[in-house]
Design a protein around this ligand. Structure first.
Ligand code: ATP
Ligand code: BTN
Length: 259
């Protein structure tokens, strides 16, 4: 990937400005700083390599050179979008899953922020905000996709198995085409962020729906239950063994199939 191939691939999308780096610490850090200093809506930061890519709670996200997609899209939410910002992780996850489905793959969303292929993590999302008082002024949606095999960290570094698009589709896969499709998908979904059909579409794409799962990190012991679906803010709905409904809010929680 270089500036020219990128420019060509994105030329038809109504983005803001684009900043490309051969190598950067974290595209989310760049995007947060840029958002703070006035980046336009839909500006994009993209890098061929990240030396300090982050997941949630500063856990590491590996982005070796030439193998992955690592980018951050800046959203300046409208007044209509502001009540629905907890749904933006779903917007990104659906756009990633759709881009994989158009390539004939069965992609599922592991709530809240991962996309799976055949039960293996192929992409992750990290959304962060720039606040103005108690309102989110800007949102940064960071997306990492394992495109080539070399993007996938060795198993001992992982808490959940991972895969790449190359594993599923072979080596001809083009990073810039996948990037284009994910961004186009996000742009197309954005006007529907506040609709009830948005939640229904997100629910349908969830991994482990109707299955027993456990939630780790939400308290001293894991929470277990059947995964039912989503609340209107994107929180997860489970049914425990006594048929009580449980709501799992966004936070440092990890979803696993029940052991
Ligand atoms: P998980 O359910 O995989 O533990 P999570 O989304 O709850 O993921 P995060 O901290 O948000 O956990 O994501 C970062 C985690 O993703 C790291 O702890 C690491 O295990 C894993 N990881 C890092 N780089 C990659 C990668 N390129 N592909 C797949 N997984 C990765
Ligand atoms: C996760 O699974 O926890 C989320 C990983 C998010 C990684 C992307 S790569 C682009 C952007 N920059 C970062 O430092 N993180 C996100």
């Amino acid at each position: 990937m270089n500036k020219n191939t990128l420019k060509k691939a994105l030329s038809k999308l109504p983005l803001g400005d684009v900043r490309y780096f051969d190598s950067v610490g974290s595209t989310n850090n760049e995007a947060l700083a840029w958002a703070t200093s006035g980046a336009k809506d839909l500006s994009l930061v993209i890098a061929d390599e990240q030396s300090a890519g982050r997941g949630r709670l500063d856990r590491k996200w590996f982005t070796p050179k030439g193998t992955s997609l690592a980018f951050s899209l800046i959203l300046r939410p409208t007044a209509d979008e502001k009540p629905h910002l907890t749904r933006t992780v779903g917007l990104a996850a659906l756009a990633i899953a759709d881009s994989l489905r158009t390539r004939g793959l069965v992609a599922q969303i592991k709530w809240p922020n991962d996309v799976l292929l055949n039960g293996h993590k192929v992409a992750g999302i990290l959304t962060e905000s720039v606040w103005s008082g108690d309102e989110a002024d800007c949102l940064v949606i960071g997306i990492g996709v394992n495109v080539l095999k070399g993007a996938v960290p060795s198993p001992e570094l992982l808490q959940f198995p991972a895969t790449s698009l190359e594993d599923a589709l072979g080596p001809a896969i083009q990073r810039t085409e996948v990037l284009h499709d994910i961004l186009a998908g996000m742009l197309a979904l954005r006007p529907h962020l506040g609709s009830s059909s948005f939640i229904a579409t997100w629910e349908k794409a969830l991994a482990f729906r109707g299955e027993q799962v456990q939630i780790e990190g939400g308290g001293p012991a894991p929470i277990t239950g059947k995964l039912l679906g989503l609340e209107s803010d994107g929180s997860l709905r489970l049914l425990d063994e006594h048929d009580n409904s449980i709501t799992v809010r966004f936070g440092d929680v990890r979803l696993r199939p029940r052991a």
